[in-house]
Write a protein that binds this ligand. Sequence first.
Ligand code: 5GP
Ligand code: MN
Length: 339
Amino acid sequence: MNKDDIAQIKQLLYTPKNIIIVPHKNPDGDAIGSTLGLYHYLKKYGHNAQVITPNDYPGFLKWTPGEETILKYDSQTKACNQAIAEADIIFTLDFNAFHRTGAMEPGLEASKAIKILIDHHQEPDDYPTYMYSDVNMSSTCEMIYHFIDMLGDTSEIDETISTCLYLGIMTDSGSFRFPSTTSTTHRVVATLIDKGAKNSEIHNQVFDTNSYNRLQLLGCALSNLKVLPELRTAYITLSQSELNRFDYKKGDTEGVVNYALSLENIIFAAIFIEDKQEGIIKISLRSKGGFSVNEFSRAHFNGGGHNNAAGGRSESSLKGTVENFLSILPNYKDALNHG
Ligand code: 5GP
Ligand code: MN
């Protein structure tokens, strides 16, 4: 984001505005942390700010400060549509294209509000009036920190904002271990702790609040794990009936794909999760090193994301989707073995 853009945004935010802040569908820690972090910052300037998520999010995020103010588009559509219609500014955070908001897409598309994108996914669309896009960033939360810094306002970052931003940097960086974690990321996180983020408590809230059923579901997923050593690939499936058996709740499968990637010599991991309600197979892809799961997902599974973490979907059956995956993989044998 250049100096002119920052000056113009500063000018815009000089007087109170109606501001909507939107993350992607199925919000994760970075989506919730970045939208609420920005929300608390804007509230300090007297803006009428409102976070609208396309749908609900996992229970392990439901302690985040300000979480109770969030409107959910799928269950509070009328109130959300009204807020969108009255918005002067819409911040779109942690996604690159309106279709990532599901049913919110047409309303966002039609809105005449000023749009400000802050995001670290590849290939952002051209809808934004102002765009802060950087695929090298660990998280959108880290970008919100830099955004507030560019506005000359780090002194406004208090314990509440720090807590929100710490959450998303922690979850999107795999607790500070993915290659996107830089020395700057650590400096930002150190500052957030200085400003009041209780790092150990945040880790506990997110990672140590499992239900018994969630761990049993993980056991089921691990027993479904398949390994293809010659393709350095491992994958996991979860059928709807397996999810039902362990009383699946949103977020219960978060991170499960990483177990497949943790195998020695494996650089590509996938999980296929049946969703009978939506009539799709939700796919999560992860890789290590140069093999781009973003490109793989864009080419074959209607999705995208980052080089080492991407999502996608398939409209065939669970069995058909896995067969399709297995038929595509040999084309990547060289890339997987030398990537
Ligand atoms: P997950 O596998 O956890 O759902 O997603 C991994 C990463 O890819 C996240 O950063 C997520 O935002 C992104 N992602 C997931 N699904 C899609 C998709 O359909 N399109 C794009 N562009 N990104 C996605
Ligand atoms: Mn993110």
